[in-house]
Design a protein around this ligand. Structure first.
Ligand code: FNR
Length: 422
């Protein structure tokens, strides 16, 4: 794949006896070089060809293959898998690919402003980090690395309830705007304590996950008898006897959820949550207009259109397909965000064109963590940002406000206006 360029001087110009080659100083592999991460390829090859066997990482999806190589199967499968047939998992990506652009031309795009505000907090771009559990299985620095990378990129990290680092530990990594994702336990005292701790640790909002009264059937986890490795704990629950997971004849996480998570959770609990915290609440897991209207009435500060990365109910639509009906139902009263299958700057643009106020990314973060820790997560955020900026430029948009519904074609536009054949 990589060819090293050899420039030979004319023979006559060579000294008669070449001096013994001085050993080259050790050179660290470029931080985004996949060669350095593969045991079969030496650093030397990386230095010579500047990349290596798989080449330089040029998009976020490439981290998945590296993570697969590096991680034990049980852990990789936990991160990668979706529920049952994984139809929605595939569809979360494919639905993006069915949306096409209607770019505008001859617009001065020499300056592009990607900044935005989320719940009043200014961030550098409308791309944030979704909560994904147990990040220390991917890398020893886990959530610390993610928090630092998000902060360096000027964006928001959402910390999972089931993180392997506590809210206090993540706060101690330094400044940054952070949200806390909440799972509601049967024991409401536990929930209250946790919300207090998140508030004290400076978290700015609660993302209340509402799509998990039971865990979706992730067959890879069942086959692998997935369990949190014994050297790790769900740090937020350490000391409450809820920080570990027992091995079971099923997915250990599914059994944990069945034992601890409150299946009775309903809209009245959004009110209850508001009664115990003044933090704004984002309802994470809405995919219908009906629920969007209920979320508005419940006093939620925002909605995250999410199907949990296709890990809960299979055969729900891709989030990008559900987005427009939710946006229409929310009617501008609260902001609507989206996660699920966002892997390209073009995906971010499409989501914004359909009315999202921003997006969150999940798996690319854990895969990049597995590959290169904090540097990987920084690189994911950088690549997403660069691609999004380029998409804006090539579509003729200089600020997020310029991105409109008429910059894209969706399948539903087929009847409204001529649709190019796919
Ligand atoms: C998740 N997700 C998730 N959601 C949540 O509310 N709490 C959690 O603890 C987790 N944990 C988690 C672990 C892993 C490994 C994945 C892949 C996902 C769902 C997550 O927040 C988000 O909704 C999806 O990951 C978005 O889809 P993509 O970007 O992964 O396709």
């Amino acid at each position: 794949m990589c060819t090293s360029l050899k420039i030979s001087p004319p023979l006559s110009s060579l000294p008669p006896i070449l001096p013994a080659p001085t050993p080259l100083p050790p050179v660290l592999a470029p931080s985004h070089c996949t060669a350095s991460l593969l045991p079969s390829v030496s650093q030397e090859r990386c230095r010579v060809c500047k990349a290596g066997q798989m080449g330089e990482i040029t998009n976020v999806t490439e981290y998945q293959a590296i993570a697969k190589q590096k991680l034990p199967k049980m852990i990789y499968d936990y991160y990668a898998s979706g529920a049952e047939d994984e139809w929605t998992l595939k569809e979360n990506r494919e639905a993006f690919s069915r949306i096409l652009f209607r770019p505008r031309i001859l617009i001065d795009v020499s300056r592009i402003d990607m900044t935005t505000t989320v719940l009043g907090f200014k961030i550098s771009m409308p791309i944030m980090i979704a909560p994904s559990a147990m990040q220390k299985m991917a890398h020893p620095e886990g959530e610390y690395a993610t928090a630092r990378a998000a902060s360096a990129a000027g964006t928001i990290m959402t910390l999972s309830s089931w993180a392997t680092s506590s809210v206090e530990e993540v706060a101690s990594t330094g400044p940054g705007i952070r949200f806390f994702q909440l799972y509601v336990y049967k024991d409401r005292k536990v929930v209250e304590q946790l919300v207090r701790r998140a508030e004290r640790a400076g978290f700015k909002a609660i993302a209340l996950t509402v799509d998990t009264p039971r865990l979706g059937r992730r067959e890879a986890d069942i086959k692998n008898r997935f369990v949190l490795p014994p050297y790790l704990t769900l740090k937020n629950f350490e000391g409450l006897e809820l920080g570990t997971m027992d091995k079971s004849n099923d997915s250990g996480l599914a059994s944990y959820v069945a034992g601890q998570i409150d299946r009775t959770l309903s809209w009245k609990d959004v009110k209850w949550l508001q009664s115990i915290t003044s933090l704004p609440i984002l309802v994470k897991g809405v995919i219908t207009a009906e629920d969007a209207r209920l979320a508005v009435h419940s006093g939620a500060a925002g909605i995250i259109v999410s199907n949990h990365g296709a890990r809960q109910l299979d055969y729900v639509p891709a989030t990008i397909s559900a987005l427009e009906e939710v946006v229409t139902a929310a009617a501008g009263r609260i902001p609507v965000y989206l996660d699920g299958g966002v892997r390209r700057g073009t995906d971010v643009f499409k989501a914004l064109a359909l009315g999202a106020a921003g997006v969150f990314i999940g798996r690319p973060v854990v895969f990049a963590l597995a590959a290169e820790g904090e540097a990987g997560v920084r690189n994911v955020l950088r690549m997403m940002r660069d691609e999004f900026e380029l998409t804006m430029a090539l579509s003729g948009c200089t600020s997020l406000a310029d991105i409109t519904r008429s910059h894209i074609y969706t399948e539903s536009d087929r009847f409204a206006r001529p649709f190019p054949r796919l």
